[in-house]
Design a protein around this ligand. Structure first.
Ligand SMILES: *Cc1c(COP(=O)(O)O)cnc(C)c1O
Length: 353
């Protein structure tokens, strides 16, 4: 399949690279491709960024049959552009597709199309420290139909948004609150996919945490509400004694690419690394005995998000000394340096555009 390219007649003014936020500015072009039962995935094209025109009965608007991904393109020291483990994002997009009864895409082709889009939008990739071009591949069900079934038609699109440094005000710890009132996902459900409804379902708990003065929700498992799962829309890590622990992928946890990178780096540094069940009581006990050294989240947006305070029911604990721990700092530094190409990439994670 060949990607056809239709260039925008007028280009937008580029934003100030030092004032970029997250997800508000979009580039001049987008990638689009359609699916029908007769033709399969067809008509791949790069064209001007534009509103989607759809009927109010379009299925994704009613039943949420849609999936997405999130990754970034980074400007390296030499002025080139690189992606971080993008094959993993397209592989995960297909995992999400299978769970949502959406036809799979050709992962190799999708990456090729993304690179073409990035080539067209090269001037949009910022170079100020910590900035990047956020990439949002999305697939939505497009049948105009109100019955509940899988759609027969789909749209796959990729949009791009220049984003600022996540830690513009410094790499500071956040406060998190454990919720027992709400759960994010259950085993057998769709918690291990990036599907739209998961995020709508997490808003109320997030709202309550914000009102209580906390940045993120710490989610427990959906059955016993005992075992730690994730923090906000990030995976979570604990440093207890000399062990680096993250909850094992149980089916309700999103398999983060940053999570996987932290695990692999930790192992390569000779650390004791465990993917296992960890209960919230284990975390509180480790704090009481002085063994809880660090807690941090991991995800594409922030890379690493250190936790300084945790609230569980009536207990509030300060993690370490409430400041960024040495391991959170080391993982953050190393992964960022690989992403921006300032250090060698020992695992072949970086993909040049
Ligand atoms: C995207 C996401 C993550 C992090 O995944 P990365 O691949 O590291 O960006 C973790 N949890 C949830 C719920 C997510 O949506």
């Amino acid at each position: 399949m060949q990607v056809t390219i239709k260039k925008a007649e007028q280009l937008k003014a580029k934003p100030d690279e030092n004032k970029l936020g997250f997800g508000t500015i979009f580039t001049d072009h987008m990638f689009n491709m359609d699916y029908s039962v007769e033709k399969g995935w067809h008509n791949p094209r790069i064209e001007p960024y534009a509103p989607l025109v759809m009927e109010p009965s379009t299925m994704v608007l009613h039943y949420g049959q849609g999936v997405f991904e999130g990754m970034k393109a980074y400007r390296n020291q030499q002025g080139g552009v690189q992606l971080f483990r993008p094959q993993e994002n397209f592989r995960r997009l297909n995992t999400s597709n299978r769970k949502l009864c959406i036809p799979e895409i050709d992962e190799t082709f999708a990456l090729k199309a993304l690179k073409q889009l990035l080539t067209v939008e090269m001037d949009w990739i910022p170079s100020a420290p910590g900035t990047s071009l956020y990439v949002r591949p999305t697939i939505i069900a497009t049948d105009p139909f109100l019955g509940v079934r899988a759609s027969f038609t789909y749209r796959f699109f990729i949009i791009l948004s220049p984003v600022g440094a996540y830690y513009a005000e410094g790499f500071n710890p956040v406060k998190i609150m454990v919720t027992k009132e709400h759960v994010r996902a259950v085993r057998g459900g769709v918690g291990d996919t990036k599907t739209m409804g998961n995020y709508a379902a997490s808003l109320l708990a997030g709202d309550k945490a914000h009102k209580a003065g906390y940045t993120q929700v710490l989610w427990l498992d959906g059955v016993e509400q005992k075992y730690v799962e994730e923090v906000g829309a990030m995976n979570i890590f604990f440093v207890i004694g000399d062990e680096l622990i993250t909850p094992m992928l149980s089916g309700s946890i999103l398999p983060g690419i940053t999570r996987d990178s932290v695990l692999e780096l930790g192992r390569s540094w000779g650390m004791k690394v465990s993917e296992r069940k960890i209960s919230i009581d284990d975390v509180i006990d480790a704090h009481t005995s002085g063994q809880l050294k660090e807690i941090f989240g991991s995800g594409t947006a922030a890379v690493i998000s250190p936790v300084g305070e945790l609230k569980y029911e009536d207990t509030v604990i300060t993690v370490g000394d409430g400041r960024v721990g040495p391991l959170a700092h080391k993982f953050f530094q190393t992964i960022q340096e690989i992403q921006y190409g300032t250090i060698e990439d020992p695992s072949g994670w970086v993909e040049a555009v």
